[in-house]
Design a protein around this ligand. Structure first.
Ligand SMILES: [Zn+2]
Ligand SMILES: [Zn+2]
Length: 409
């Protein structure tokens, strides 16, 4: 029911674009192939529908398909929930998103692909072409549970179909294999013979089903861990950086992750509810004792400031076109181009760059624009070859100052 409501409720048909993307096309293709081949196999060869087992088997197959698609489309079209555009709370501990013209609510992050700030963002999932977050966490995780279960069922049908049909026709003489073949023996000649095309289709579907079971099953366990700890992938990353920051400056503080309520059951109930709507509003979150509403966002602000302190200034000594794999910057630069969708930035001799992180042959950073403090000028940020820049040390006064924060015990 909810699926149809959400399909009809589309405020803008732009949402349909989510379907026309390689991720959903592949995912729906796999679901279609596995369920269609499983149903055809069970009707024609294993299990015969006139037996009780066969009828139950067939109803189960239809059930899996419906439940998988229901949760899949819910995860895709209900979406993660976005922070309202222009959202403005009375707090000074939140970062501002220039794109959404709104403050970033606790646990929300701006997703470049969704082009919105996503509530309790975990990651942008290419298979649903949407983010996994506050609203669709339950349906997304249910999909990750049901898809492997359906695939295991389908894999059993494929195996039994091939076994019974090939055994009947070719008689491998597997005398040691004792499987109840009564159904096959009662109908020694199926209406449609199990031909080469059927064999190929069943074998192909079996491969897809086994692959899906393993790959999606692993994703399910990852998501269950996230739900039971109430800590998204991004938040685990922030926690790591918090420990790193505290160690670097040798501070006395201990970072306590505020959203883990300390009980797996409570964390679970926050995501999975009988109504299907998760607890809360996605903007304000229940917190454990000893923390307050902005424990995590304050830590994020500290990390942002710290990144600035620890970043290094570079001066461009060689032009760079912004090509992903530049041919004229050395063979190692060419082959070690960072495997991300983050942009590359065009460089011109004489420009200044503030690098925040880097690889051996590549650096990531912000261009230092003369008028970067003027409101409305967005940042130019991305990867560039290390070969095109050199350290620019003459900023000792301006960038040494925060070093005073460093506390030595
Ligand atoms: Zn945003
Ligand atoms: Zn996204």
């Amino acid at each position: 029911m909810g699926m149809f409501c959400s399909v009809i409720k589309f405020e803008n048909l732009q949402e349909l674009k989510r379907l026309c993307h390689w991720g959903p096309l592949i995912a729906l293709g796999v679901i279609a192939i596995c369920s269609t081949v499983a149903m055809i196999d069970s009707v024609l060869w294993y299990w015969p529908l006139h037996t009780t087992g066969g009828s139950v088997n067939f109803i189960m197959l239809i059930n899996w398909t419906i439940m998988i698609l229901y949760n899949y489309f819910n995860a895709m079209f209900v979406g993660p929930g976005f922070v309202p555009l222009g959202w403005k709370p009375d707090s000074m501990y939140l970062q501002y998103c220039k794109v959404c013209q709104a403050y970033k609510a606790p646990r929300s992050h701006h997703c470049r692909k969704c082009n919105r700030c996503v509530m309790k963002m975990d990651h942008h999932c290419p298979w649903i072409n949407n983010c996994c977050g506050y609203r669709n966490h339950a349906s997304f995780t249910l999909f990750l549970l049901l898809a492997p279960l359906g695939c295991i069922h389908a894999a059993c049908i494929f195996t039994m179909t091939m076994y019974t049909q090939l055994y009947n026709r070719l008689s491998f003489g597997w005398n040691t294999v004792k499987i109840d073949m009564s159904a096959a023996r009662r109908d020694p000649l199926p209406i449609v013979p199990f031909g080469l095309a059927a064999f190929a289709a069943t074998l192909f579907a079996l491969g897809l089903a086994i692959g899906t079971t393993i790959a999606v099953g692993m994703l399910f366990f990852i998501q269950m861990k996230i739900i039971l700890r109430n800590k998204t992938s991004i938040e685990s990353w922030i926690e790591e950086k918090a420990k790193d920051r505290i160690q670097y400056y040798q501070l006395d503080e201990v970072f306590l992750f505020p959203y883990d309520l300390g009980s797996r059951w409570k964390n679970f109930k926050q995501v999975f509810t009988w109504s299907g709507v998760p607890e809360g509003d996605g903007l304000e979150w229940p917190i454990r004792a000893g923390c307050h509403q902005y424990s995590l966002t304050i830590e994020q602000l500290k990390q942002k400031a710290d990144k600035r302190v620890r970043s290094v200034r570079y001066k461009v000594i060689e032009d760079y076109s912004g090509a992903c794999c530049p041919v004229n910057k050395g063979i190692k630069t060419f082959f070690t181009s960072p495997c991300t969708e983050e942009p590359r930035i065009r460089l011109q001799k004489g420009e200044l760059i503030l690098a925040t992180r880097g690889l051996r042959y590549w650096l990531y950073g912000d261009k230092i624009l003369d008028d970067s403090f003027i409101e409305g000028v967005s940042r130019i940020r991305g990867w560039f070859p290390r070969k095109c820049v050199e350290k620019f040390p003459c900023d000792a006064e301006t960038h040494q100052a925060p070093e005073g924060e460093k506390k030595n015990r």
